[in-house]
Each structure stands twice: as C-alpha cells, then as structure tokens.
Design a protein around this ligand. Sequence first.
Ligand code: AMP
Ligand code: GLY
Length: 423
Amino acid sequence: MNILVVGGGGREHALVWKLRQSPRVKRLYCAPGNDGMGRQAERVDIGASDVEKLADFAAREAIDLTVVGPEQPLVAGIADLFESRGLKVFGPGREAARLEGSKAFAKELMLESGIPTAACEVFSDIEQARKYVARDRPCVVKADGLAAGKGVILCSGRAEAEAALDDIMGRKVFGAAGERVVIEELLIGEEASFMALMDGDDFLPLASAQDHKRIFDGDEGPNTGGMGAYSPAPVVDADVHDAVVERVLKPLAAGLKRRGLVYRGVLYAGLMITEDGPKVLEFNCRFGDPECQPIMMRLDSDLPSLLMATAEGRLREAAAEWSDEAAVCIVLASEGYPGEYRTGVEIEGLDALDSWSNGYAFHAGTTRREDRWHTAGGRVLGVTALGDTIASATREAYEGVGRIAWEGMHYRRDIARRAIERG
Ligand code: AMP
Ligand code: GLY
C-alpha cells in the first residue's frame, strides 16, 4: 500500500510512525510533514491546505490512501475533491466536517439527535447576547467557527460574559469567527477525549485518552492545543464507555445519516464527565493532538488496515487491539506559547533519545539544520512513553523529557497527576 499523510505536527508524526511499522505499507509520504517525520516517511513539499496539488500528487504517485491529519483541509473539502477524482481518503467531507467547523451546526445536530450536551443559545446580535448574559449565571462564550481552539471563554458571571462578548463580537479578536457566538451552560466535571472511527454505517471506538488543555500546572493559564495526554483515561470506566456509545455515537451516526451525510474518518468527542454522565463539549473531525500520540503507541492492530477499512466502509469487519500498558505524552513547547514565541533555538539531547527503548519523541515543530535540531513551532515535541501503569509511564516520559533541553523550553510538570491520584 502507498500512503500519503497530510499535515506536519505531532499527531501526523505519530500516525506516520505507526504506519511505518506495518508490513503492508510500501511507500509512505507526508505533506508537508516535518523534519522529524522525515525518518519514517518521504516529505513532499505541498502544504496541507493545497488540496488541488495534493490530489494531483496522490493521482500521479498511485497513492492507495490519503490520511488527512488536520481539520482545515477537511473543512475546506479535501475529501470531496479526492472522492470526485476516484482517490481514497481517510477523513470526512466538507459537510460532515462542519461538526468541527461550525459549533452552531454541531449543537443543532446534537439537540435534534438527543445527544447530551450543555444547554446553549446562538446569537449574531451583540445586544441580544448581552441581554441573555444579564441573567448572571456561569457560562461559556464561544466564537462560532475555527479559532484554533482559542475562541472559547469561560465566564463566572455577567461581567466576564460581557467582556467576552465585547472581545469576540465587538473587537473581533478571533476574526470573522466572532460574527456569531454560542453561549453555553458551564459544565462541571472531568474532561476526557473519546475517539471513534466512523465509516457512514458503523463505528469503532478507539482507546480513551485525556488531554491537558491549559498551558500551566494545575490547569492555570490560557487554553492551548494540548500540553500532554495519556491513555487510557481512568475516568472513562465501563459505564461511561457504554454511555458514550449509546447516547453519543449511536445517535450521532443516525443523525448524520438522516441528513444524508456519510462520515468516513475519525470522530473526536471532547467530553465532560459530569454527575449526570458524559456530555459533549465539542466534536472534532480528526484525531486529537496530542491524544493521537499515546493512542498510537498503545495500538497493537495494523493501522493502515483500520484506516483503509474506514475509508472503504468496511468497519463492520474491523477490530482494534490495544496494549494493556498505559501511554503518556508530555508536550514540550516554546516559551511564550500559546502567545508569541521564538523559534530557531537549538535543541540539545534529541539524537541521544534514539536509543530510548520505552518511548519516543514525536516531532511537532522542529527543523534540522547543519546536523542539529532547532525549534520551529509553539508545540515542539511530544515525548511519549509506555509503562505498566499510568504512574510508571509518566515517570518514564519525564525521564525522556529530562534528557532534552533548549533555552526557554516549557512543559507541564503535572501531566497525568489526576489519573495517578485516582489510583
Ligand atoms: P471547545 O473548543 O468548545 O471544546 O472548548 C475548549 C475548552 O473549553 C474545553 O476543552 C473545556 O475545557 C472548556 N469548555 C468548553 N465548553 C465548556 C462548557 N460548556 N463547560 C465547561 N467547560 C467548557
Ligand atoms: N488536544 C485537543 C484537540 O486536538 O483538539
């Protein structure tokens, strides 16, 4: 099989790393990839959003399956274009990708399908939105549209909600995504990431995971793309798992079908596990990042077979086997992220990690120049390790982290602490 992976972050490195282990994969490409991914796959100099060029490449190189990592090309319709040209693709079409691309659409589908989620109202008019938040209850104000996970402001009451509305709708700090806002009830509980492969008819749940969204220890500071993740997530016990399958995945699959949408790819449900059971915070139309990294490390099954079964609508025949071990990923970021940060700083100790037997450092934002690694992004590396328990995997991962250094390197010291405390 010849496979093209679209994207160039830690998620895509984890996919490429796992795909390379399969004897079924002959040629493996990544576009644009990153220098770390260059170890497992051939890099192609086409941007992830340059969908026409990607389709030309896939046709010319006889690519059997294109796996789309990030949401932007999916929301832009890469899957529709590939399908119209007879090219196989892992990832939903433009309409179905609106589950992530439009929070308002996702809410509408959840409400009409009876999927548990926070109560909400949608506003395009700032005055009406102001009137609504005058009730002075804890709430969440969200810009409708992609804002790189940033367009979400948690508010304890009226004053904070009004300030959020001024920022999002008044001053358009998240750009055009601020034309409409979703105002939600604030949910209380523990978050978990639940992903499932979906092929239009069937779905196959993947191992559970938990992310750490805030930049600082103790869940302080602004939201990021994710500062670390582990799998499995103890909060997703058998009851929660069954509840997600019955109350989220089944009604969602039925809801998509009712609207005539064929969703082929991975569906990511960001959940709040509340006292009343799991409620959906958001859907994403792609693998979580960093969640993908520990999940790929635990996957025992052949990844290309699973992705191909998804793309071809054969999930009914598929099963996924998982290692009993836990995996933990610590994200190493540039100082200043998720705000402004410096790049081009030399990274020490990364090559020496090649001899590390219990883990792997996935590359998210690095470049190799003159035989040395340099930082090239906000999130730079995802240092990921396996262990018998979450506690031992965490120790191992931090040991890997301890061998890497650069000026201004930032990471959280408390990844997986909640799971470890749970016992
Ligand atoms: P979103 O992009 O909508 O998932 O929001 C990003 C983050 O904001 C989530 O991962 C949660 O930590 C938080 N969040 C979003 N919506 C809510 C809510 N209704 N209640 C509590 N926290 C929320
Ligand atoms: N780590 C959260 C996400 O990928 O959306």
